[in-house]
Write a protein that binds this ligand. Structure first.
Ligand SMILES: Nc1ncnc2c1ncn2[C@@H]1O[C@H](COP(=O)(O)OP(=O)(O)OP(=O)(O)O)[C@@H](O)[C@H]1O
Ligand SMILES: [Mg+2]
Length: 310
């Protein structure tokens, strides 16, 4: 349905996106995961025909979006990273304004507005000024705007950044419903791997403008299927323990975490004995210990040597 072919964008000397090849089938929910500055928003802007690629192409059902943006525009709803609403107007007035831009009017427009307000759960508050809304509610109206013309494909650019947990959860559930119950195709960008894990059938991991891995969650984590991580929660930090753990034969990496230490080891490496001994030598109090199979975060760390959110 949608395909990008060697998509590239250069801003002056900065290559924001290079050689991005991705595809989406109808009804799929696809995640674009990457840290700040990875090129996610730039890629999305090219897919949605807001900016022109320096090279490459985007096709919608085989037709070039770069040559003719109209082939995709009416099918696509975009929720931009920055909230784009008139704060001095009510939610209802904003929806009317944007609805008219899409060519909706009269009864059809009013009907659509009530429908999208219901989807984002803000029917009761529709006549309040947007500036009196919380960040999470503004986000939800932003999503409502993107749904007004009943697109069958929606792109959401980090829709949960900087909002309260309740709104975040509401948005995640809503995206899931749109995808699973209404069959809407979704492209969802985030740097929260747990969101992408929850929402998406397939995932592209992007870094420095390039796609560095792609596949289902299972496929991606199987990159690391030969590894497992051991999470050790400690009562306080023990810097000397880190050094000691690094010296245990077989330990691949030692990472300091918020609550303690994470060890990456080969699968079934039987290192628990040595770990306990090291902790005892350092008189470190182990609060809990967990052996985990790899997460997408681990895959990212493995591929780039960095965390998703550094
Ligand atoms: N209009 C622009 N002019 C110049 N450089 C730009 C422009 N837009 C983006 N960039 C640069 O392109 C790179 C990729 O930015 P982009 O916004 O696509 O990243 P992102 O993955 O969306 O990051 P974030 O998670 O922070 O939103 C960055 O180095 C950024 O500074
Ligand atoms: Mg962005």
């Amino acid at each position: 349905m949608l395909e990008t072919i060697n998509l590239k964008k250069v801003f002056k000397k900065n290559t924001a996106v290079s050689d991005v090849n991705l595809y989406m089938e109808k009804g799929e929910s696809v995640g674009l995961l990457g840290p700040n500055g990875a090129g996610k928003s730039t890629a999305i802007s090219m897919i949605s025909s807001l900016i022109k690629p320096t090279a490459g192409d985007v096709t919608w059902h085989g037709k070039s979006v770069v040559k003719d943006p109209n082939v995709i525009r009416m099918h696509l709803g975009v929720v931009p990273q920055e909230i784009a609403l008139y704060k001095e107007l009510t939610a209802m007035e904003n929806l009317r304004f944007f609805g008219r831009i899409y060519g909706l009017k009269g009864k059809a427009l009013e009907k659509q507005i009530l429908k999208v307000l219901e989807i984002v759960g803000l029917t009761e508050r529709k006549d309040e000024l947007v500036k009196h809304y919380s960040g999470g509610m503004q986000r939800r109206i932003n999503i409502a705007v993107a749904l007004l013309h009943e697109p069958d494909f929606i792109i959401m650019d980090e829709p949960t950044v900087g909002i309260d947990p309740q709104s975040r959860n509401y948005i995640l559930e809503m995206v899931q419903q749109l995808n699973q119950e209404k069959g809407m195709t979704v492209l969802y960008t985030s740097h929260y791997m747990e969101e992408v894990e929850r929402l998406c059938d397939r995932i592209y991991i992007m870094d420095h403008g390039k796609i560095i891995a792609a596949g289902t969650k299972q496929e991606l984590t199987s990159i690391l299927s030969s590894e497992e991580s051991i999470l050790i929660e400690l009562d306080r930090p023990y810097p000397a323990l880190i050094t000691e753990l690094e010296q245990i034969e077989g330990v691949l990496r030692v990472i300091e975490t918020e609550k303690g230490i994470k060890l990456i080891t080969p699968k079934n490496s039987r290192l628990l004995g040595s770990i306990f001994q090291a902790a005892e030598r350092q008189q470190a109090q182990i609060v809990s210990l967990n052996v985990q199979i790899p997460t997408l975060e681990d895959v990212f760390l493995h591929l780039t040597g960095r965390k998703l959110r550094d």
